[in-house]
Design a protein around this ligand. Structure first.
Ligand code: ADP
Ligand code: TRP
Length: 500
């Protein structure tokens, strides 16, 4: 083992390669997959090296990204072989290698035909085996090329490869287009983020979609303060940056590169069917000259947010369902051209709270309509919002019998999960006219305040420690970017970006 590492270091020394990392893998390595997990670097940074033998008894060393699969026809063509078979562990031993941790750097290029797939050409760093079970090595692609050469051919198909043991991945975002989130955002989306975050067997990616907000927020200082506020709202709601990968869209420049790729995976006709655009156009005060391309293209940016992270599920409110659907279509369209590259995510909308009704009792709760119930606003603001709730208009005197279906407070009590028997009591009293609307609203204010108080307390704690919050977002941003970079590499390879 020591000998192999010495040999590796000698070769690196010969090529004047000083910047590399020897990764300790621990003792549970059984195959390439466990090696990838143990290395701490995602599969996008790993290469797989396979030794074959051809019909003339010549060895062929095939190298590809860990997420790609060899195409045997192409591999034969580029190695001038008619037949290829993988060599046995005994043969590997003769080349000082072991199965599962082949180190291409220590294989003498005079002994083998080296064929390197294009999927390696776009990798920034390369993690590969060392010929030992205990270690892997990471080095830059430039240094890898010093040893292996930089001739790339297309002998493998990059593919989305799902490891069965992988966790279910959830991803969603909220645009900081307002200075705070409301009960609709919380129950429609954020509460699910927290529930999934706290469910074993899941991985969670939640972010602030700041570039989505520049569509309506046109002042730098407002975007900055909204972002910070909504960031704290997320944390107040219970998203924990030590459990979820919590980041800001703008930390991941690959998203904007991916947006351009996806521009080519959707038609104008499909885009014109998007609600956001159609609703704007239906407004008599708007026409094509007042609708900016940011709004029109919004679903493409959103699809890039999603597809670069390969999530299984997208928890959102019902109003986003169409966007997730078009994202799936874009992924399918891309895959139909380039192969099985992008993972198709599933929409997750919670039925009971996918569309929270506003205080007018009719329309979707939305900041732009002004029918919201705040969570983190001052008490007096929330009290005013509650007092403005539209109730049964037929009820004139306080002791008139009321119709609970015409008072949205009953609905709010239900969706915030208030005690069922207590709701029933209120219903009785309301029907009989023994509780007036104002009295009921005052009591609801107290109930609601109790419901939101843990969130407000949590938010206040985080707000006192912005250094911690910023550090966490910075760290999480790096983690998220690492995932996005891997998928972007795969996409670049698939579309044929030429690297010199
Ligand atoms: P808004 O719609 O208020 O501008 P966002 O568009 O940023 O807020 O929405 C963030 C999340 O909250 C999305 O998943 C969205 O579907 C959800 N959401 C917004 N309003 C509601 C609502 N009234 N009911 C349910 N979910 C909602
Ligand atoms: N468009 C979403 C909204 O307005 C926010 C968002 C942006 C999003 N990118 C996303 C949601 C990706 C889920 C996944 O609510």
């Amino acid at each position: 083992m020591k000998l192999k590492m010495e040999k590796l270091k000698t070769i690196l020394g010969k090529h004047e390669i000083n910047e590399f990392e020897i990764i300790e893998l621990g003792s549970d390595i059984t195959d390439a997959k466990t090696q990838i997990v143990a290395s701490g670097y995602g599969s996008q940074h790993h290469i797989a090296s396979v030794v074959f033998e051809n019909e003339k008894g010549k060895y062929v060393l095939g190298i590809r990204n860990a997420n790609a699969k060899f195409k045997s026809g192409a591999l034969k063509k580029f190695s001038n072989s008619k037949k290829l078979k993988m060599v046995s562990p005994d043969v590997l031993a003769k080349l000082s290698q072991i199965a599962g941790s082949v180190c291409p750097l220590t294989i003498d290029p005079k002994e083998v035909i080296v064929v390197i797939d294009e999927s390696v050409a776009v990798m920034s760093d390369i993690v590969c085996g060392t010929g030992t079970i205990e270690n892997a090595i990471k080095l830059s692609r430039q240094d890898f090329e010093k040893v292996m050469g930089a001739k790339y051919v297309r002998v493998a198909e990059v593919q989305y490869v799902r490891n069965e043991n992988e966790l279910d991945r959830y991803l969603s975002g909220v645009a900081p287009s307002a200075s705070e989130v409301h009960l609709g955002n919380y129950l429609g989306a954020m509460k699910q983020f927290v529930d999934f975050q706290n469910t074993p067997g899941t991985e969670n990616y939640y972010f602030l979609a700041d570039y989505h907000a520049i569509n309506t927020v046109h002042e730098g200082s407002s975007l900055r303060s909204n972002t910070q506020n909504v960031m704290l709202d997320y944390l107040g709601a219970g998203v924990d940056p030590e459990k979820s990968v919590f980041y800001i869209e703008s930390q991941i420049p690959e998203i904007f590169e991916m947006t351009e790729v996806l521009n080519n995976a959707v038609t104008l006709g499909e885009m014109k069917r998007m609600h956001g655009y159609k609703d704007k156009l239906a407004d008599p005060n708007q026409d094509e000259n007042s609708i900016n391309m940011g709004l029109f293209n919004y679903p493409i940016l959103m699809a890039a947010d999603i597809l670069l992270f390969e999530p299984d599920f997208i928890p959102v409110g019902e109003d986003q369902a169409q966007h997730v659907e078009i994202c799936r279509d874009m992924a399918r369209s891309f895959n139909s051209r380039y192969g099985d590259i992008l993972k198709i995510p599933e929409l997750y909308v919670k039925e009971a709270t996918g569309r929270v009704i506003g205080t007018d009792g009719e329309r979707k709760m939305s900041k732009s309509i002004g029918n919201i119930l705040g969570i983190f606003s001052d008490d007096n603001v929330i009290k005013k919002q509650i007092m403005a709730i539209t109730t049964d208009p037929a009820r004139i005197k306080v002791d008139d019998p009321g119709d609970p279906d015409k008072n949205p407070i009953f609905y709010y009590l239900e969706i915030i999960g208030h005690d069922k028997s207590k709701i029933e009591e209120y219903r009785e009293r309301y029907r009989k006219g023994t509780i007036g609307d104002v009295e009921f609203k005052k009591e609801f204010f107290e109930i609601y305040r109790e419901y939101i108080s843990p969130m407000r307390d949590r938010r206040a704690k985080y707000a006192k420690d912005m250094d911690y919050v910023n550090d966490m977002v910075k760290e999480n941003g790096k983690k998220a970017r690492d995932v996005a970079m891997g998928v972007m590499d795969r996409v670049r390879t698939a579309i044929g970006v030429y690297r010199v």
